[in-house]
Design a protein around this ligand. Sequence first.
Ligand code: RIB
Length: 291
Amino acid sequence: MKILNFGSVNIDYVYGVPHFVKPAETVASQSYEVFMGGKGCNQSVALAKAGATVFHAGNIGNDGLWIKNQLDAWGVDTRFLSITDGPTGHAIIQVVPEGQNAIIIHGGANRAVTSLQIQEVLSHFGQGDILLLQNEINQIPEIIEAASAKGMTIFFNPAPMTSDVLQFPLDKVDVFIINEVEGQELTGQTFPDQILKEMNEHFPNAAVLLTLGEKGAIYTHQIARFEVEAKKVTAIDTTAAGDTFIGYFVAFWAIGKNLKQCLDFATQASAICVTRKGGSVSIPSKEEVLA
Ligand code: RIB
C-alpha cells in the first residue's frame, strides 16, 4: 500500500508578536524566522518521520528548491513534486506568546496543479493505495474523482476551510479529518457530538476524525467510537500541530495499528510539536514520540 499526499508546500514567514495585529494597527514583531511549511508539506514530513513511505505531489517555484532538498533528506519521496515558473506558495504567520497563531496564505505554485499533472501522478497509484489531501491546492474535486475511480482510499483534511468545499465530491471521501471550525462549516452544528452525528448521517460510509485541540480527538465510523485526551504541555507555537497529528495518524493507520494506537501516537507527536517553533521542523521523529 503506497501513500500519496497531493498537497501544498509553503515558505512560512513567522513573526513573534505580543498580540495579533488589529484592524488599523501596526505591530512591531519581536522575532522573525523563515521555515518550510504548508499543510501538505508538514503532513508529508509527519508521515515520513513516523516511518511511512510517502510520495508528495504538488508544485513549488525555484525559490522553494531548498524545501525539496530538505524533504528528500527527511525521506519524503519528491519525484512528483514539480518545479513551476511562478513563486512557491507562502504563509505569513503571527505567533503570540501563548503559542497560538494567525495565518495568511498565498497559494503561488500550489494553485498551478493541472489535469495533466493529476493524470500523470495518479497513473502510478491504484486500488488500495492511500491518497491524503488538504485544501491548499487547486483541482481538489478532480483529484478526488480520479483517485476514487482507481479505488484509492481517500483521507481529506479540508483545511483551510472554504465555502467551495461543500461542492466537492465528498461522498467519495473515506476518512474526514476535521477540527471544530471545519466541522461547524461542514454541518452547521456547533458541538462536537452534533458535528459527528451530522457527518455520520451525511456520509454513512466514511469515518470521521474530529480533532479538538486541548480537548483531544474523537474518531467515529458507523457504530465505532474512540476518544483520546490531549497531553498537557506548555505550548510555544501551535503551528503544524494538526498536521503532525494527521501525518502520524495516517502513517500508523497504514501499517495496521489499531485505532487507539493511531490516536495515541498522533496525540503524543502533536504534543511534542507544540513545544517547538516552526512548521515541518517542529515535527518529532518516531523515536522521540516512542520515548
Ligand atoms: O498548518 C500549518 C501550516 O498552515 C503552515 O505551515 C502554513 O504554511 C499554513 O499552510
